[in-house]
Design a protein around this ligand. Sequence first.
Ligand SMILES: *Cc1c(COP(=O)(O)O)cnc(C)c1O
Length: 217
Amino acid sequence: MSLEDIRDRIAKAEADAGRAAGAVTLIAVSKKQPNERVAAVLEQGHRCFGENRVQEAAGKWPEFREQFQGIDLHLIGPLQTNKTRQAFELFQVIHSVDRPKLAKTIARIAQEEGHCPDLFIQVNTGEEEQKAGILPGDADDFINDCKGMDLPIKGLMCIPPIDEEASLHFALLAKIAERNGLKGLSMGMSGDFEKAIALGATHVRVGSAIFGERDYG
Ligand SMILES: *Cc1c(COP(=O)(O)O)cnc(C)c1O
């Protein structure tokens, strides 16, 4: 696969779902990828990337930003509260608002800094013990609390359980977003982004299908 193949597949999925061309933002997930591969995608003009660790992002993106204009960086992994300020410096969007303590910390730092990244609330749609996120049954209250703190909540994010049909989780996330008046849906990865687009994804997070297998060395 290549960036162009993925863009074509997204365009086709948008059309098949009767959605507008360009309705879906492609986040190229560059975590654990060698810098040459990331640079190659930047050279092709792509500017929207996702990282799941603050530390790793801090180690590579400031340098890429000196070489390439207009980079849009999304945090898609867990955020420790003590790294919130650093996350504000690095990321335009945080997809992993997953607990009240983090929401409060973000609200405080947004006050102090006078700006805030766009935010998505992560929902643990599969109610998995080991996975971060707000439980579906707590989502409406948490969304309201965030709105009450004036946080710029753009939508919801989920990572379905690996052994379950992803579409069920995408549909659940879409339903929670809809009843709370949220437009953004961050859902769909390399193996299932077309299904996510069919169910309303506005942001798909695609890593290995663009860059190849990750370097776990
Ligand atoms: C790594 C990661 C992705 C990308 O996964 P691929 O299967 O490589 O497309 C998407 N979302 C999150 C939260 C991730 O951590």
